[in-house]
Design a protein around this ligand. Structure first.
Ligand SMILES: NCCCCCC(=O)NO
Ligand SMILES: [Zn+2]
Length: 345
């Protein structure tokens, strides 16, 4: 299996994450990608290549142009105001404020407009890192356009919380959505996205919620008790054209393989019935029992089983790296999925 990776991810390393009222170093750190890359190489799963540059067009097929322009220019404006620390929002358009009113001209006003939480710090190198993360995903997708049946996009920063015009949850560009749209633009009639990250892929859901050419299935911590809290319930089934093409599997804290795999089996049945031309996996491994910010109980051998179950669908499958913060185990767990998929584990 080909892996696509860019060293540009190092350009993004937030220094400040607000956790329980205190600023601390970010869980979403460069060593995450380094550890996965080291495991990919150690297990010799296949060639590792750098991304090609497909430009902004495929990104703009998913993300709002004003949002992209804001992201691209944000740091220069922040630095021009004399700041050197991470750029973090503090005011958001909550209920009954004008969410679709005039976008503020002030930097802080725009930052709050384009964020849904304080968990997407913008730093000097963030633009380049998120741009390259999307190119990593697009290069893996292009490898499949050329005939490969699978590929691994070692994306960092992750993307599944990012919507058309908002960032949050460590995410800026929705890499899984960008490659899904690329498959469709290249002639695919239907694409399924299976999000196995511990957290609901609210951004991905939002992007395809009213469409029937993308089926979205997400297995995640119940939003009643888990981030992102405000989307991810089982009754969110899609709207309009998209009704019936969105499947959420919220699960309780403490869920282990038995409960988790029952949801996976049901999601796979729905994906099989949908008969997509391609399957995109939002591969977060923060479902791991020792993950510092999550509360499921999967163990490393379970990720092999996960890959095997996904392989049983017999679909062209593109793996996109999302979350996972137990850095000592992220490499084994992510590559276990890939090796389980390939039958090599
Ligand atoms: N308290 C913020 C939690 C952000 C979750 C990031 C993630 O792993 N999403 O999949
Ligand atoms: Zn996650």
């Amino acid at each position: 299996m080909l892996t696509v990776y860019s060293d540009d991810h190092r350009l993004h390393f937030g220094q400040s994450e607000l956790v329980d009222g205190k600023l601390q170093p970010c869980f979403e750190m460069p060593s995450r990608a380094d550890t996965v890359l080291a495991r990919v190489r150690h297990q010799e799963i296949g060639e590792v290549i750098e991304p090609k540059d497909f430009g902004l067009e495929p990104i703009l097929r998913v993300h709002d142009a004003a949002y992209v322009a804001f992201l691209k220019g944000a740091w220069a404006r922040w630095a021009a105001e004399g700041h050197s620390c991470d750029m973090l929002p503090s005011t958001f358009p909550a209920r009954r404020l004008r969410r679709d009113g005039p976008i503020p001209t002030a930097l802080h006003g725009q930052l709050g407009h384009y964020c849904f939480d304080t968990e997407a710090p913008i730093t000097a190198g963030t633009w380049q890192a998120v741009y390259s993360s999307a190119q990593v995903a697009l290069t893996a997708q292009d490898h499949m356009r050329q005939g490969a049946n699978t590929a691994f996009a070692l994306c960092r920063p992750p993307g599944h919380h990012a919507g058309s015009d908002f960032m949050g949850g460590y995410c800026f560009f929705n890499n899984a959505a960008i490659v899904t749209q690329a498959f469709l633009d290249q002639g695919a009639k239907r694409v399924a996205i299976l999000d196995v990250d511990y957290h609901h892929g609210n951004g991905t859901q939002e992007l395809f919620y009213e469409r029937s050419d993308v089926l979205f299935a997400s297995i995640h911590g119940d939003p009643l008790v888990e981030y992102p809290y405000y989307l991810g319930h089982a009754d969110e089934r899609g709207e309009g054209e998209g009704a019936g093409f969105n499947h959420n599997y919220p699960l309780p804290h403490g869920t282990g393989w038995d409960g988790w795999s029952a949801a996976l089996d049901d999601a796979c049945r729905k994906i099989a019935a949908y008969a997509p031309d391609a399957l995109v996996i939002s591969l977060g491994v923060d479902t791991y029992k020792d993950d510092p910010i999550s509360k499921f109980k999967l163990d490393s051998p379970d990720y092999i089983r996960m890959g095997q179950r996904i392989a049983a669908l017999g679909l062209p499958t593109l793996f996109i790296m999302e979350g996972g913060y137990a850095v000592e185990a992220i490499g084994v767990n992510a590559v276990n999925v890939l090796q389980g998929y390939e039958g090599a584990a």
